[in-house]
Design a protein around this ligand. Structure first.
Ligand code: DGL
Length: 307
């Protein structure tokens, strides 16, 4: 068990911000990262559909096998964490609770903002997680779906860091400009008097600089990546499943999108080259979960194509 990799997944490249923190915290651990780029974004999708994606990717990872699964996507955590915990034999960790925990520890005036996808915000997962930790904290949530597009598209368009690209080109290529859009999303939160803002989507740490510029220096930004990595370390250590320090470390990257592009863009997010990425066919992935276990009724039409 100790030598098995940690499985991590997201709708695309954003979960690599969490993977990077896990590698920093646990440099001896092997990892398998799955980015469901072909079906990104998850944010506007129905919760049942996202739950099915969680089952499919969790099953794919379990077959590798892996010793622990990290749902490095807030939308998928909000929709499918409980189901995944019941379904898979290994521990499953999401990113909402770690983010809520970090926010509660940070806020002084007990006014916390959360930005995320429509799916995450509508689920009320952050408000519930924060309330469970400290009932005196008030949560102000705003869905900022276009930030996901900015990250996914911006990584494809520019060459340097995403932040440089936004500073130099973001106002030319994005309509309305990034800063106009960000002010439209974030000004109401500023007016609510928040002192802490949770980046409730794993894509958003890549926009931390520009977001900080818009909310101002007095608002502390929280990304759940660091706290999630700490939880992974704690769970593995408690179970006695941490890798041996002299074990050989491996990294596998898989995507439902274009493998070559994923490796190139992933390298930009992680800030180092990726060995390579493998392509996983969507039809093959969908067939991993039998129709009777699916949440999404429409998906049962695919039944006949699975052999
Ligand atoms: N990275 C995902 C999250 O944390 C969202 C991106 C998407 O909409 O797929 O919610």
């Amino acid at each position: 068990m100790r030598e098995l990799p940690i499985g991590i997944f997201d709708s695309g490249l954003g979960g690599l911000t969490v993977a990077g923190e896990i590698v920093r915290a646990l440099p001896g651990e092997s990892m398998v990262y799955f980015g469901d780029t072909a079906r990104c974004p998850y944010g506007p999708r129905d919760q049942d559909e996202v739950r099915d994606f969680v089952l499919q990717i969790g099953t794919w990872l379990s077959l590798r096998p892996v010793k622990l699964i990290v749902i490095a996507c807030n939308t998928a955590t909000a929709a499918g964490l409980e189901l995944a915990k019941r379904t898979f034999d290994v521990p499953v960790i999401g990113v909402v609770e770690p983010g809520a925990c970090a926010a509660v520890q940070t806020t002084v005036n007990k006014r916390v903002g959360v930005i995320g996808t429509v799916g995450t915000v509508d689920s009320g997962a952050y408000s519930a997680a924060v309330r469970a930790l400290d009932a005196e904290v008030t949560v102000f949530s705003v869905a900022t779906p276009r930030f996901v597009d900015v990250v996914e598209q911006g990584l494809r368009l520019g060459d340097g860091t995403l932040e440089d690209w936004l500073a130099e080109m973001g106002d030319v290529y994005i309509r309305p400009s990034f800063y106009e859009m960000a002010r439209h999303y974030l000004d109401p939160l500023k007016r609510s008097g928040i002192d802490t803002l949770v980046l409730g989507c794993t894509h958003f740490p890549l926009l931390a600089g520009p977001i900080q510029q818009v909310v101002g220096p007095k608002v502390r930004l929280i990304s759940s990546a660091g706290e999630t990595a700490r939880e992974v370390a704690e769970v593995l250590s408690t179970l006695g499943h941490l890798a041996d320090s002299d074990a050989e470390r491996t990294e596998v990257f898989a995507t439902t999108g274009d493998a070559e592009e994923f490796a190139r863009l992933g390298a930009r997010v992680l800030g180092r080259p990726l060995a390579s990425a493998q392509h996983v066919d969507l039809a093959e992935l969908e067939c991993l979960v039998p129709p009777e276990r699916r949440s999404n009724a429409a998906a049962s039409d695919e039944e006949e194509t699975c052999v």
